[in-house]
Design a protein around this ligand. Structure first.
Ligand SMILES: [Zn+2]
Ligand SMILES: [Zn+2]
Length: 421
């Protein structure tokens, strides 16, 4: 039977799983309840499963049928490691992230979050369900698979760099050899019509840096600034100078965004504080602009403070590189969508998105593609619907079957392409 028909048959179960994950969202690297639900949904499939050590990840490996390979149920192993002992042929990695956001849900859905202050506002609940669907569909096709598939269920995408930890624990080599290709799907609650897939060649998502700045002054009486060293005007100058930096230093066709999202100093009107703190995000779309932005922002902070006789510290608190699609894999994904579901289900993404993704760490090492999937529930207009991360963001279950089918078809065709040269 066709992949899309098989996927449609399990659509109800995938929606059920997605709603269960949605109702009990977990944030960060440790998601025991989510991990448990995914393991239960994979139970009985012919997979080799490894649980993460540094995070509650699930790595599941499906080896295609190779001569002499016995029958096998689910094999579970504890700890990082993750090197398969059997299998031949190339390896495709499929990734879903599993974590939620610190948002209080306001959708009013009957399966809305039951956990205060946590919500699947980025749709990672759908990603997990779609990847479970792909694991089921590909398990049914195990005998015809000329290679192996790694299913990467990853916690901590939202700012924790979970992908990096999974790479350190061996996910890229989990099938016994390095994955040849990696794909990830990401749903969008706005901008794309439900069921429309989208990707592009080259940069797909921005690099993101979190920069923490502290301007160190010397506090005093608000009436006698000459006896103090006021950090507030210096911090204000840094905010303005960062915006000037953006407009004067970077090519407008290789853009950079700098936003000061947090500015804290002082306690009352007549006291000069000791310090001012700024929290900044920097977005860029090429390795060159990224390096320049990092270096120039830090220099500007130090030199502006020094110009006024103060000092400042500027520290990067974690960052994600540019998510860069492999040109050939992006074109391949577009072809597979069109073949599987029709040409009107693919929209070529005209420019990269300014969000960031830790799938970038995977694509830094393995060629692949990051693919968006519209999940705005009709008849809501995608142009005005609340976007991912909003407390009102709603993602439509009806895209789950096609997401699982696309993951499946990408793996099947990619493995055959590789094994036939
Ligand atoms: Zn997100
Ligand atoms: Zn996300």
């Amino acid at each position: 039977m066709a992949v899309t028909e098989d996927a449609a048959e399990i659509a109800g179960e995938l929606a059920h799983l997605r709603r269960a994950i949605h109702a009990e969202p977990e944030i960060g690297l440790h998601l025991p309840l989510t991990q448990e639900k995914i393991l239960a949904a994979l139970d009985g499939l012919p997979l080799e499963i490894t649980l993460g050590s540094a995070l509650s990840s699930v790595t599941a490996v499906l080896h295609g049928a190779v001569p002499g390979d016995g029958e096998g149920g689910t094999v579970k192993r504890e700890g990082g490691g993750g090197r398969g002992a059997v299998g031949g042929g190339p390896v495709v990695l499929l990734r879903a992230d599993m974590d939620a956001l610190p948002v209080t849900e306001r959708t009013g859905l009957d399966f809305a979050s039951r956990i205060d202050g946590a919500m699947h506002a980025c749709g990672h609940d759908l990603h997990s369900a779609m990847l479970v669907g792909a694991a089921r569909l590909l398990s049914e096709r195990q005998a015809d698979l000329p290679g192996s598939v790694v299913f990467m269920f990853q916690p901590g995408e939202e700012g924790c760099g979970g992908a990096k930890f999974m790479i350190e624990e061996g996910v890229l080599d989990a099938a016994g050899q390095r994955a040849a290709t990696a794909y990830a799907l990401h749903v969008a609650s706005a901008e794309l019509r439900a069921g429309v897939f989208s990707t592009r060649e080259g940069p797909m998502m921005a690099a993101a840096e979190a920069l923490d700045i502290t301007v160190h002054g010397r506090g005093g009486h608000g009436s006698q600034p000459h006896h103090a060293a006021d950090p507030i005007p210096v911090a204000c100058e840094i905010v303005t100078a960062l915006q000037v930096l953006v407009t004067r230093t970077f090519d407008i066709f290789d853009p950079v965004v700098i936003t000061v999202g947090s500015f804290h100093a002082g306690t009352t009107n007549n006291v000069i504080p000791d310090e001012a703190r700024l929290q900044v995000t920097i977005r860029s779309f090429s390795a060159a602009s990224r390096a320049l932005a990092r270096e120039a922002a830090v220099r500007l902070v130090h030199d502006t403070a020094s110009a006024h006789g103060l000092t400042a510290t500027a520290e990067f608190e974690g960052s994600y590189p540019v998510t860069v699609n492999d040109d050939r894999e992006a074109r391949f994904a577009a072809e597979v969508v069109a073949d599987l579901l029709g040409g009107d289900r693919f929209w070529p993404q005209p420019h990269p998105m300014a969000g960031a993704e830790d799938f970038s760490f995977v694509l830094d090492q393995v060629p692949g593609a990051f693919i968006m999937l519209g999940a705005c529930p009709p008849p809501v207009d995608p142009a005005t619907a609340p976007f991912n991360h909003s407390a009102f963001a709603v993602f439509d279950d009806t895209v789950l079957a096609d997401g699982a089918a696309l993951f499946t078809e990408l793996a099947v065709r990619r493995l055959s392409r590789q094994s036939h040269g």
